[in-house]
Design a protein around this ligand. Structure first.
Ligand code: ADP
Ligand code: ZN
Ligand code: ZN
Length: 816
C-alpha cells in the first residue's frame, strides 16, 4: 500500500490521502504537484506534503491521475511556512496554497483557457495532442480544461496544456495581457559651452545666417525665462512654430543637447552605474549599526526621517548579501511603487533584479517562480508586494520591508488574512536570514518591539545632503472661514504659497483624504441623503460623470434633480473630495496643469505609473491626491505640500486613527523639499492644537508613540493585547442578529478575556449582506495558540447548528 498526502487548492482545512503505485511512490517527492480527481468529476492540481503507507480510515483513497513535475517546485521550508500561516491566521491550508501559487501552476478542470492572440504559431512544431487543442481553439475562443479532456479523450492533459502555456500559445483567461512602457520624454537644453555671456555672443554669431534656427533658440530663451523648468522638444516646437528637423540640426551642431528625464523601465537594458554609491557619514554610521545589530538580532528597525536616504542604505546592505550569494526579498506596500524602485535598483544590480506581483502575467510570474527555485542570479533580488513572500526561496539571506507601517501589508480579503511583514519575519527565521524594517513613521507595534529589545533599532534624524525637514505651517480653518479668507476650500495662505511655488517653476502636492467631488448630496428641505440600495452607506457625488456612486459595491445612479424623499429641488453638496479640489484649482490657477491621483484616476492598468511619470516629467504642476501620495514616492521638484483638511482623518472610529493620521501627514509632508531647498507644508485644520497635529508639526514621533502607547494599554489594544475579529454575514437581518448573539454568548461562557460585540460596524450592510462583528482581545501573557484552539472549537460547533449554517464567518487574526 502506497499513499501520498496532498493539499488541494480549496478552502479546506484538511489534507487528503491518495493512493499511488509503487513506481510512483518511489518517484514522487514532497513539493511536487499531482493532478488528482476530487468530488464527482473535478480535477485539481494537488501538492504533495508527505509520502507514507498509512491507509486512511474514513474513506477509500482514490488513485491520482498523474504526476505533473519532474522535480519539486515547492520547497519544504515553504510548506512549513504555509502551515504556520494557516495555523497562526486561522485559515485553511488550501487557501494559503491557492493564494501562494501563480494560477498557471494550479490548473483545474474548471480553468478556462484561450489562445494568446498576438503570437505566431508554427504548427509544424506542435505534437499531435498540442495540435488538436490548437485546432479546437481556431473554432472556439476559449475552452475549459474539461473540454480539452474530452477532445483528447484522456485524463492526463495538464502537461500538454502547461507546455502550450510555456510556449506562449495558450493563456489562462483571467489574465491581463497589457504591458506598460513608460513614456520617454525628450527634453532639450542649451549646450554648456554657450552658457556664459561670451558663449552667448558667439552663438548669435554662429546663427547669423540661419534664421529658422535663430528663431527657435530665441524661443528657447523666452521659454526658459518664463517657465523655469525643463523644456520638452514638443513644447519648443509648438511655441517656436518650428519643426523637429530644425531641432535636430541644432543638436547635431552641438548648440542644443537633448536628454530624457529619467523614466523607469520594466526591462533593463543599460549598464549598471559606474560610479560607486557613496554613503554620507550619517548613512554610513547607520549602515554599520544595522550590521552590528544583525550580529545579535534577527530583526532590525531602521527609523529614518523622510528622505534620509534609506533606500541607499538598503542598496549597500543588499550588496553584501549578493557577495555572499544569498537571495534577497524586498517587500513594498504597493505594486505601483515597484517601477520607481526597480529603476533605482537596476542602476546598481543590473540583471539581478526580478519583480513579482499580481499585475504581472501568469507567464512572467511562473518564470520568476522558476528562477527563484533554481536560485538563478536573475532573481537574486526579488522586489514585490506581499505575495512575493510565497516564492520558493531556498537560500534567503535578507528581507527588507520598506514602509513597514503600511496597512496594505495586511491582506484583508480573501483568506489567508496574513500580514506580510510578520509572515516574512517567520519565513526569514527558517532561513536564518535577517530582516530589515524601514520607515520614517514606524508602526506602534514595531517600535514597541524595538524598545523591548526584541528588534534592533537604528535611527537617522537628518535628511540626506543636510536638506532641512520641511517647515510646517498650520492654518486655522475656523478662523479663516470666520474672516472670509477662504476661496472654496483654499485659505489665502495656501493660495499665496501655491502662487509663489509655481512662479519658481516648482511643483505642488495637495492631499485630500477622500475621492470624488463631494461625499454626499443632501436635501435642504428634509435633510434626506441618497443611500446605496445594497449597502448601508451614503452615495458619493462624482461631478465629472454627474453620478452618485457607492464606494463599497460600485452601484451608481445619475444625480437626481429632486429629492427622492420629499421631491424638493433644493439639493446641496456636503463635504469635499479630490475632484472638487481639482476643479477649484482650475478656477484659481487657470494656466496650470492639474493632475489627480486617486482610485478613480488610477483604476486603469498602470494609471498610477502614468500619473507619476507625467508629474516627474513636469507636465503636471499641481498633483491632487488621496493617501496614495503618502507612499514613499520620490519627486525632486516638489517644494510645497498642502493638506486640505487634517480633521477627517483624525476622527475615524478606529483605535489606530491617531497613529495613522500622524503617519499619513508626516509621510505626505515628507514629499516636500527632498533635494537642496527646504520644503514647505501647509496643514489646514479646525484643530490646530490637537496633540497629533502638534506632534506632526514638531516631527515628534516619540511623543506620538508614548501617548498612543499609554492609550493602548488603558483601552486594551495592541501591542498589549492581540486582536481577533470575527465577521459574520448574512442576507437575513434577524437570523444574523440571533446567530451572532449565540456565538457571542458561547464565547463569553468559555473565556475570561474581553469579548466585545456583537457589534454593527459603521458600514453594517454591503451588497445586501448584513454584517456583525465580534472582537476578541487576548492579553499577551495568555497563550495565543490555546485561545485560538478554543475559538476554532466554538466556530466548529456554530457551524453545525442547522439554523446558523448559512451564516458566513470569517476570522481576522491581528485585525488591522
Ligand atoms: P527615504 O527612502 O529615506 O525617504 P531616499 O532613499 O528616497 O529617502 O533618498 C532621498 C533622496 O536622496 C533620493 O533622491 C536619493 O537618490 C538621494 N540620496 C540619498 N542617499 C544618497 C547617497 N548616498 N548618494 C546620492 N544620493 C542619495
Ligand atoms: Zn427632501
Ligand atoms: Zn453599495
Amino acid at each position: 500500500m502506497h499513499f501520498v498526502e496532498v493539499i488541494l487548492p480549496l478552502s479546506l482545512d484538511k489534507t487528503f490521502t491518495y493512493s499511488v503505485s509503487e513506481t510512483e511512490y518511489n518517484y514522487i517527492k514532497i513539493g511536487m504537484r499531482l493532478a488528482v480527481p476530487f468530488g464527482k468529476s473535478r480535477i485539481y492540481t494537488a501538492l504533495v506534503i508527505a509520502i507514507h503507507q498509512n491507509k486512511p480510515t474514513l474513506y477509500d483513497a482514490k488513485e491520482i491521475h498523474q504526476i505533473l513535475d519532474e522535480k519539486p517546485i515547492v520547497t519544504e521550508i515553504q510548506i512549513t511556512h504555509w502551515q504556520w500561516i494557516a495555523s497562526y491566521y486561522m485559515c485553511a491550508i488550501g487557501d494559503v496554497y491557492r493564494g501562494a501559487m501563480p494560477s498557471a501552476l494550479l490548473l483545474e478542470s474548471e480553468t478556462i483557457i484561450s489562445q494568446k492572440n498576438d503570437g505566431f504559431v508554427d504548427e509544424s512544431l506542435l505534437t499531435d495532442d498540442e495540435f488538436l487543442i490548437y485546432e479546437a481553439l481556431q473554432q472556439q475562443s476559449s475552452l475549459k480544461v474539461q473540454d480539452i479532456i474530452n477532445i483528447l479523450n484522456k485524463k492526463n492533459i495538464f502537461p500538454v496544456i502547461q507546455k502550450l502555456i510555456d510556449k506562449n500559445i495558450l493563456v489562462l483567461q483571467e489574465e491581463m495581457l497589457e504591458t506598460y512602457t513608460p513614456k520617454l520624454v525628450r527634453y532639450v537644453k542649451l549646450h554648456s559651452k554657450y552658457e556664459t555671456n561670451e558663449g552667448l555672443s558667439e552663438l548669435l554669431e554662429v546663427l547669423k545666417n540661419a534664421n529658422k534656427q535663430k528663431e527657435i533658440v530665441l524661443s528657447y530663451f523666452q521659454l526658459s525665462a518664463s517657465e523655469k523648468k525643463p523644456i520638452t522638444v514638443k513644447k519648443l516646437i509648438e511655441v517656436a512654430n518650428s519643426t523637429s528637423t530644425i531641432v535636430k540640426t541644432l543638436i547635431d551642431k552641438e548648440i542644443f543637447e537633448e536628454y530624457y528625464i529619467q523614466v523607469d523601465r520594466v526591462n533593463f537594458i543599460g549598464k549598471t552605474k559606474d560610479e560607486q554609491l557613496q554613503l554620507s557619514e550619517v548613512q554610513q554610521i547607520a549602515f554599520e549599526e544595522i550590521k552590528e545589530n544583525f550580529t545579535q538580532k534577527e530583526v532590525c528597525l531602521l527609523h529614518g526621517v523622510t528622505s534620509s536616504g534609506k533606500t541607499e542604505i538598503y542598496i549597500k546592505l543588499i550588496e553584501q548579501y549578493i557577495k555572499e550569494e544569498k537571495q534577497i526579498l524586498y517587500l513594498l506596500p504597493e505594486i505601483a511603487l515597484t517601477t520607481q524602485l526597480v529603476g533605482r535598483l537596476r542602476d546598481y544590480f543590473g540583471n539581478k533584479v526580478a519583480v513579482f506581483h499580481s499585475k504581472y502575467s501568469n507567464n512572467e510570474r511562473v518564470e520568476v517562480w522558476q528562477q527563484v527555485l533554481e536560485q538563478s542570479p536573475k532573481a537574486q533580488i526579488v522586489i514585490g508586494a506581499r505575495s512575493a513572500l510565497f516564492l520558493p526561496f531556498s537560500n534567503l539571506g535578507l528581507v527588507i520591508v520598506d514602509e513597514e507601517h503600511e496597512q496594505t501589508f495586511k491582506q484583508v480579503d480573501p483568506s489567508p488574512r496574513y500580514h506580510a511583514r510578520d509572515a516574512s519575519i517567520v519565513l526569514a527565521n527558517s532561513h536564518k536570514a535577517k530582516v530589515l524594517l524601514g520607515s520614517a513613521t514606524p508602526s506602534i507595534g514595531t517600535y514597541f518591539n524595538s524598545q523591548s529589545g526584541k528588534y534592533g533599532l537604528v535611527e537617522i534624524s537628518k535628511r540626506y545632503g543636510n536638506v532641512k525637514m520641511p517647515e510646517i505651517e498650520l492654518v486655522n480653518l475656523k478662523d479663516k472661514y470666520f474672516r472670509k479668507q477662504m476661496s472654496g476650500h483654499f485659505s489665502d495662505i495656501l493660495i499665496e504659497e501655491i502662487t509663489k511655488t509655481l512662479s519658481l517653476g516648482e511643483q505642488v502636492i495637495l492631499f485630500q483624504n477622500r475621492r470624488g467631488f463631494s461625499p454626499v448630496i443632501e436635501c435642504m428641505t428634509c435633510g434626506h441623503v441618497p443611500q446605496c440600495p445594497q449597502c448601508d452607506v451614503s452615495l458619493t457625488y462624482h461631478k465629472f460623470k454627474n453620478q452618485l456612486r457607492c464606494h463599497y459595491c460600485g452601484y451608481s445612479m445619475a444625480k437626481p434633480t429632486n429629492c427622492h424623499s420629499c421631491t424638493s429641488v433644493h439639493l446641496t453638496t456636503k463635504g469635499f473630495g479630490t475632484e472638487q479640489i481639482q476643479q477649484e484649482l482650475v478656477e484659481l490657477f487657470p494656466n496650470t496643469k492639474v493632475g489627480r491621483m486617486d482610485q478613480d484616476t488610477t483604476r486603469g492598468k498602470f494609471g498610477f505609473e502614468k500619473i507619476i511619470d507625467s508629474f516627474k516629467n513636469r507636465e503636471i504642476d499641481i498633483l491632487v491626491g488621496t493617501q496614495m501620495l503618502a507612499k514613499g514616492l520620490d519627486f525632486d521638484n516638489v517644494s510645497l505640500v498642502g493638506i486640505m483638511n487634517a480633521d477627517n482623518m483624525l476622527y475615524h472610529p478606529d483605535f489606530r486613527a491617531f497613529e495613522r493620521s500622524y503617519q499619513m501627514m508626516t509621510q505626505v509632508s515628507g514629499r516636500s523639499g527632498r533635494s537642496e531647498k527646504q520644503g514647505k507644508v501647509i496643514i489646514q485644520t479646525y484643530n490646530p492644537d490637537h496633540n497629533i497635529i502638534q506632534q506632526v508639526v514638531h516631527n515628534n514621533y516619540i511623543g506620538m508613540y508614548k501617548e498612543q502607547l499609554y492609550d493602548r494599554q488603558i483601552y486594551h489594544y495592541p501591542p498589549y493585547y492581540k486582536l481577533i475579529k470575527l465577521t459574520l454575514k448574512h442576507r437575513d437581518f434577524d437570523k444574523l442578529k440571533e446567530g451572532s448573539m449565540w456565538l457571542y454568548q458561547v464565547m463569553k461562557q468559555n473565556f475570561t478575556i474581553p469579548i466585545l460585540g456583537p457589534e454593527e460596524p459603521p458600514i453594517s450592510r454591503i451588497r445586501n449582506e448584513y454584517i456583525r462583528t465580534i472582537m476578541v482581545k487576548i492579553p499577551t501573557n495568555q497563550s495565543l495558540q490555546g485561545t485560538k484552539k478554543t475559538i476554532q472549537k466554538i466556530l466548529n460547533s456554530f457551524d453545525v447548528v442547522p439554523q446558523y449554517r448559512a451564516i458566513k464567518v470569517s476570522v481576522n487574526v491581528d485585525f488591522y
